[in-house]
Write a protein that binds this ligand. Sequence first.
Ligand code: SAH
Length: 345
Amino acid sequence: MINLYGLEIKKLETLMAAEGQKPYRATQLYTWIYEKGATSFDQMTDVSAKFREVLKAKYCLEIPSVFVRQDSADGTMKLLLKLKDESKVEAVLMRYNYGNVICVTSQVGCNMGCSFCASGLLKKTRNLTTDEMVGQVLVVNNLLREAGGGQRVTHIVVMGTGEPFDNYDNVLDFVRIANHPKALAIGARHITVSTCGLPDRIRQYAREGLQINLAISLHAANDEIRSKIMKINRVYPLDQLMSAVKEYEQLAGRRVTFEYILLAGVNDSLHDADELSDLIRGTLAYVNLIPYNPVIENLYERSSDEKVHAFLDRLTKRGVTATIRKEFGTDIDAACGQLRAKHSL
Ligand code: SAH
């Protein structure tokens, strides 16, 4: 059975053409499942009964089920979702003043091995399929609909468990479905894909002609520190990453966001801030400073607020645009892989 939620419009059009259907059939199906929220083929009253039978024989409309739900006092909702094969993945909804942001998981576990990240405690067992990523958004949209008030997901960050560029094709199809006006209809500028920095994939992404935001998890401005905290840097050191970022900026005409977690005594000195501003000079990049969520016992500590602000001031003085990321759901294990780790380890 093919899950209809996993089909990017061109793939759906090709399949419909193979069924001898007219091109409009694909958009008609999109309208039914995304705009009108149909959950069965029988609801599609303007599709002939005969073709509905064809669809029922070959296609399904399945979304993950909610295994655990945690609601935070600040409105953050953390879900542990169960997939067809019983795998569990996290999705988080955060309420910013500008909209409802979902953090989507791209893999079951992760192999990138960043030393500060709880997601990597569980190794990758498989990639998520496109429909499983679309399904995370649909589950959250359904919960928002049930809660009333006309809310829906308005922004997507692919920053949950997994490395999106290690699951490139499925993630790209997912963001196309997220962005398609007849599907999830989320503006490209409201979608962000975050990578730990795979240069070949960044170059490939630069050529997709997408307006979707790209964030790079940098977290250190020299190879010595970065290789210590992010294994991937031993394979792709900073000069390779930075040249791919520059190529992306040129080809895509977009700036990237650099994410930088502040770890006490590791990468949070003023000297580190200077190195960071030197490293990204010549790019249009913007820096998002992330207060570390201490998830792995005794390994790292969060930088003090004082240090964080001193770091920010130093960057600003040196002409780097930077902000401090707002934190959500600290009362509900909402940080990066924590909920899943708690239920599986
Ligand atoms: N693999 C991708 C996307 C998933 S991680 C990537 O590396 O970008 C999403 C972001 O959360 C990354 O910037 C990651 O470094 C950060 N992160 C991981 N663990 C964290 C923690 N304990 N506290 C704060 N941020 C964390």
